[in-house]
Design a protein around this ligand. Structure first.
Ligand code: IGP
Length: 260
């Protein structure tokens, strides 16, 4: 079993338990369920910088990145920095996040928020909406074409933007469908943790122009963004490079300033 299989097996158990504790009907009663969402794909289309900044305490590939964060403050810092959106990791076991992190970010800022999670069940989409998300991530490596279709349509009906993440040509080819807003290429292989920006470069031509292209992971330099832009990317998902500093918001601000 690779790490991704383990994460997904644990996730299925977690979702089963959560359904008992907080049934779907209860999620639908959340005041946030009625909230009008903000589109990240539109924000990226309108932007020259395209930064999506992530809140990430730790990861299986890196252990601790930053355990002393106040997610509300990080969200405000990212917003002030001028990011297009913020990604909030909500997985507890492997990334040290929580669904409450999403809620705290929502209470602090009005920018588009991405629920960064291993989504395997519609329940998690109801939860995303109920806790204030605008966007959800679907990971092709853990979903069939049918699952991607069902989950993305379900998300669209809730008014959520959909970012579909791929890592290779096979995943990309079976995943392209109209219910997606953004196609993300993860430069990190979630099974081996190997990182290479070449993944984004190699797959860019295969992504139809109607989708906003996002490059994810391992981005830490202005040079990298300039190169990725030449390959058609409009969005850049950055976690560790900001989170490893004492002040993620300030480091995002400094980065975005240099991009302008
Ligand atoms: O910290 P980085 O290398 O900048 O990466 C951020 C983000 O791309 C990464 O956290 C990520 C991309 N896809 C994921 C799927 C699940 C968990 C995490 C991720």
């Amino acid at each position: 079993m690779n790490i991704l299989d383990k994460i997904v097996a644990d996730k299925r158990k977690e979702v089963t338990l959560k359904k008992y504790v907080i049934p779907s009907q209860q999620l639908e009663k959340s005041v946030l369920f009625e909230r009008n969402t903000n589109s990240l794909s539109q924000a990226l289309r309108d932007s020259n910088t395209g930064i999506i900044a992530e809140h990430k305490r730790r990861s299986p590939s890196k252990a601790t990145i930053n355990q002393n964060t106040n997610v509300g403050q990080v969200a405000k810092g990212y917003k002030t920095a001028g990011v297009c959106g913020m990604s909030v990791l909500t997985d507890i076991k492997y990334f040290g996040g929580s669904i409450e992190d999403l809620l705290l970010a929502r209470a602090s800022v009005d920018i588009p928020l991405l629920r960064k999670e291993f989504i395997v069940d519609e329940y998690q989409l109801l939860e995303a909406k109920a806790y204030g998300a605008d966007v959800i991530l679907l990971i092709a490596a853990v979903l069939s074409e049918k699952e991607i279709k069902e989950l993305s349509n379900f998300a669209k009906n809730l008014g959520l933007d959909v970012l579909l993440e791929v890592h290779n040509e096979e995943e990309l080819k079976r995943s392209i469908m109209p219910s997606l807003d953004m196609l993300g290429v993860n430069n990190r292989n979630l099974k081996t943790f190997e990182v290479s920006l070449d993944t984004s470069k190699e797959l860019s031509d295969l992504i139809p122009d109607d989708f906003v292209k996002v490059s994810e992971s391992g981005i830490s330099t202005i040079e990298a963004i300039k190169t990725l832009k030449e390959f058609g990317y409009k969005g850049f998902l950055i976690g560790e490079n900001f989170m490893k500093t004492d002040n993620p918001g300030a480091s995002a601000a400094d980065f975005i300033q240099q991009l302008k």
